[in-house]
Design a protein around this ligand. Structure first.
Ligand code: BG6
Length: 256
């Protein structure tokens, strides 16, 4: 829009695309850290992108978090696109239900007249439980859906903040510190070079599966996330569409 042009946001989008080496960047006005309006704009922009790109029978995986949780509200109530499927990108119970991937997948499906599959298993598993789980038919079915997903919608968080939110053990916190984890996305922790330094043992989307995923939509705003974004985008898949706000974008351009 004209307003975007006057504000220089288009220019910043071009700059970020080049700096991060990704296909598409959308920047909304404001800073989500302290503006509810910016959070709404972010959710709205993400909803618009998703609705414009969905095609019949597509499988979409979604993660949890406060940012992704807001998107469903902004999707239109529509049955225009047939047989859409939504899946939780990861297991996760014990956290705030409204912010869980399972709940969000169901909300997306409700809005778009699709179906959904949930994954009610703990966010972290022991090694033996993990091994056993992977043998379960419902888990294998989920894994097969991840192989076929057309869109992954995910948030990006600050590593320490996410570890705190997940009430990680002191050993895990120590490990993340030693490994200098900066960002977190879909259960993986990354250092400043974008290398995976830790992973939460749970059933969910595997990093390798992102390579073959046609559309990846990363939604994250707020200046406080600039370092996390800088870390994650060191090695993020090229087909990622970043939807962010001016607060994060300005700071990201500075620190990158
Ligand atoms: C979730 C992702 O969607 O959002 C996490 O699974 C990410 O990997 C988190 O860190 C960020 O949460 P929030 O509440 O800051 O949007």
């Amino acid at each position: 829009s004209l307003v975007d042009e006057w504000s220089g946001r288009h220019e910043k989008e071009t700059t970020l695309k080049r700096l991060l080496g990704i296909e598409e960047v959308h920047i909304v006005a404001g800073n989500s850290d302290d503006s509810e309006q910016a959070q709404l704009l972010l959710a709205d922009e993400a909803a618009k992108w998703i609705f414009a790109n969905l095609k019949p029978r597509m499988i979409t995986a979604v993660t949890g978090g406060t940012t992704i949780a807001k998107i469903a509200d902004h999707l239109p109530q529509s049955s225009k696109i047939e047989q859409l499927q939504f899946v939780a990108a990861r297991g996760g119970i014990g956290k705030d239900v409204q912010l869980q991937a399972n709940t969000i997948a169901a909300l997306f499906a409700e809005k778009l007249n699709g179906s959904y599959k949930t994954l009610y298993i703990p966010d972290r598993l022991s090694e033996s439980a993990y091994e056993a789980m992977t043998q379960e038919p419902f888990v294998q079915e989920m894994m097969a859906l991840y192989e076929q997903m057309s869109i992954l919608v995910h948030g990006i968080g600050d590593a320490t903040e996410m570890a705190r939110r997940r009430s990680s053990s002191s050993e895990e916190l120590k490990l993340l510190k030693e490994q200098q984890a900066v960002s977190e996305a879909f259960g993986y922790y990354f250092n400043a070079r974008g290398e995976v330094v830790h992973r939460i043992r749970t059933i969910g989307v595997q990093l390798e599966q992102l390579e073959q995923t046609p559309h990846i939509v990363a939604v994250a705003g707020g200046a406080q996330k600039a370092h996390a974004l800088d870390s994650y985008f060191q090695q993020a898949p090229k087909q990622t569409v970043l939807i962010t706000d001016e607060g994060a974008a300005d700071q990201l351009i500075k620190v990158h």
